[in-house]
Write a protein of this length. Structure first.
Length: 211
């Protein structure tokens, strides 16, 4: 599952109506953007070790979501991976390994960026799992800092950066000091996405692991 840690924490990239603060923008987005699609670039940086340079890995792909509980992430470079949440099950498919991992969404999505961006109907619902706060503006963006309340969360914090009514950056810091930065582009708000978009069928011959 380590291979999927930061793929799984993805789900974001959303156009938001402009507002005075990051929290206000996030609230407006949660209430008004019911579906979306975008391209993304993700850079994962491991904490520096003594005597070694910082290591980073870059990946890219696309995602789609339909509120409240369905989304699809497709990683195309450098490795092909697909993540699909169909409302009941979270499917992780690694093309190179020809392996599928299936887990119940209810057991894995709480206190994750996916829950933060795609699941909750309003800020009050988000505050059940996160401590939310406006953060100082930087790089021309408005920011919201979300800290998971669960003591066993694998994440330290999630920072959401917005500009001109659009979500631009998602920064994720895990409990080991590893940072994942997702930058989004070509976002389309409220597209009509057919239900089959979020259907997943394991490819013939793939090894299926249910957890």
């Amino acid at each position: 599952m380590k291979r999927f840690v930061f793929a799984f924490v993805l789900l974001a990239a959303c156009a938001l109506p402009a507002s005075a603060s990051g929290l206000a923008s996030l609230e407006t987005f949660v209430k008004t953007v019911k579906s979306g699609r975008a391209d993304f670039t993700q850079v994962v940086t491991a904490p520096a070790r003594e005597g070694q340079a910082t290591r980073s890995k870059t990946s890219s792909g696309s995602f789609e979501f339909s509120r409240p509980s369905r989304f699809k992430f497709v990683y195309r470079k450098p490795f092909e991976q697909t993540i699909v949440a169909d409302g009941q099950t979270l499917w992780l498919y690694d093309v190179d390994l020809n392996q599928v991992t299936a887990r119940k969404q209810s057991q894995v999505l709480a206190s994750t960026p996916a829950a933060l961006i795609a699941s909750a109907p309003d800020l009050k619902a988000l505050q059940l799992d996160f401590t939310l706060a406006d953060a100082p503006s930087k790089d021309g963006l408005e920011w919201v800092l979300a800290s998971p309340k669960a003591r066993d969360s694998q994440l330290q914090s999630i920072a959401v950066g917005l500009r001109g009514g659009e979500l631009v950056v998602l920064e994720i810091l895990d409990s080991f000091g590893q940072r994942s930065v997702l930058t989004f582009s070509s976002f389309e708000a409220n597209p009509l996405l057919p239900g089959k978009t979020f259907e997943f069928k394991a490819p013939a011959g793939a090894d299926v692991i249910r957890q």
